[in-house]
Write a protein that binds this ligand. Structure first.
Ligand SMILES: Nc1ncnc2c1ncn2[C@@H]1O[C@H](COP(=O)(O)OP(=O)(O)OP(=O)(O)O)[C@@H](O)[C@H]1O
Length: 308
């Protein structure tokens, strides 16, 4: 899976995927570079899992180039890959530690190394007391922790994680994000499908946003924020917000509003307008537009790009 210095580790160009008469991905192109954490974002059914499956050879693409390390991925390249698929499932009637050691051996670790790694991991994720339990006696979140462990245990150079924290409570989500971040810091390239925008803002260097199988934004988180308006003003107020040609009201709830400036209206102009209109401003804070807001802007639109 080695890759030249300037060559992206993952290269997808003009990817198209049809299922029967239906096109679910069209003209999709993006690269993922060595060492970056890449957020693969999009609403339900926008084509994220399909793209990952095509990249890993599970689906045959209708058209386009999908390369890992400069060539089409083959199962024999898998020793440096950690893939957490969307559909989870391990050998549920087996015991936790046995399953982990089994997968560790498949990934080329010695039995001792796999056992020692697994015991340390179980301790870390609060499941040391479940080492001898059957997998199907664990909660779904606990089973997911085991599956993530199996995915990362050989320190893969490329980690592909399809919704790694789906179904986790906030404490466990943070723990899992810490673990993923450690792999990122150790130099792993990470492709992460997630619907949790705070995870993206915390971890991802670059992102792509898919809608109906088409890219709607691609670049660094900052680039994407800039593309969608860059700055917003968060205000708290006691009175009534005026209608204005200087800003759009993005959200307004219980004395808290978010305003998007129009045509580059400056902070001073917007604030003066609010004060002069008697809006009773208590606080006024410029902030970057959040990915959550961008997501709502993109996916709240009509499906004008639908089949056709
Ligand atoms: N094997 C298949 N046969 C036919 N259609 C499929 C198949 N796999 C996926 N699709 C369709 O392709 C589209 C994209 O699905 P995909 O699972 O890639 O979306 P996703 O972005 O991963 O969604 P989610 O966030 O809900 O997991 C959907 O309309 C889905 O119904």
């Amino acid at each position: 899976m080695s890759s030249g210095a300037a060559e992206p580790l993952v290269h997808i160009q003009d990817f198209r995927m049809d299922f029967g008469d239906t096109t679910v991905i069209r003209d999709l192109s993006f690269d993922v570079h060595v060492g970056e954490t890449f957020g693969f974002l999009g609403s339900n059914g926008s084509g994220k899992t399909t793209t990952l499956r095509a990249l890993l050879g599970i689906y045959r693409p209708t058209a386009g180039i999908l390369h890992v390390g400069g060539k089409v991925f083959e199962p024999s390249d898998g020793s440096r890959l950690g893939y957490l698929p969307e559909e989870r499932g391990l050998y549920k009637k087996e015991h936790v530690l046995d399953v982990m050691v089994y997968f560790g051996r498949l990934k080329g670790l010695s039995k001792t190394a796999a056992r020692s790694w697994s015991e340390t991991y179980l301790e870390r994720v609060g499941l040391a007391d479940k080492a001898k339990a059957r997998l199907d006696k664990l909660s779904s979140g606990q089973q997911q922790k085991i599956q993530l462990g199996v995915t990362i245990m050989n320190n893969p150079e490329l980690l592909i994680l399809d919704e790694p924290t789906k179904g986790f409570d906030p404490v466990n989500r943070r723990l899992l994000m810490d673990i993923i971040e450690e792999h990122k810091r150790a130099g792993a390239t990470v492709i992460m499908v997630t619907h949790q925008m705070e995870e993206v803002e915390r971890l991802c260097d670059r992102v792509i946003l898919l809608k109906d199988g088409v890219s709607r934004a691609y670049g660094t988180v900052e680039d994407v924020q800039e593309e969608f308006g860059g700055t917003v003003y968060r205000v708290t107020y006691d009175g009534v917000l005026p209608l204005s040609s200087l800003f759009d009201v993005v959200s307004d709830d219980d004395g808290r509003a978010e305003l998007a400036p129009l045509q580059g209206a400056s902070e001073e102009k917007v604030l003066r307008e609010l004060v002069e209109a008697g809006a009773g401003i208590r606080s006024f804070t410029p902030a970057r537009i959040s990915l959550d807001e961008i997501f709502i802007k993109v996916y709240g639109e009509q499906h004008e790009l639908a089949e056709g």
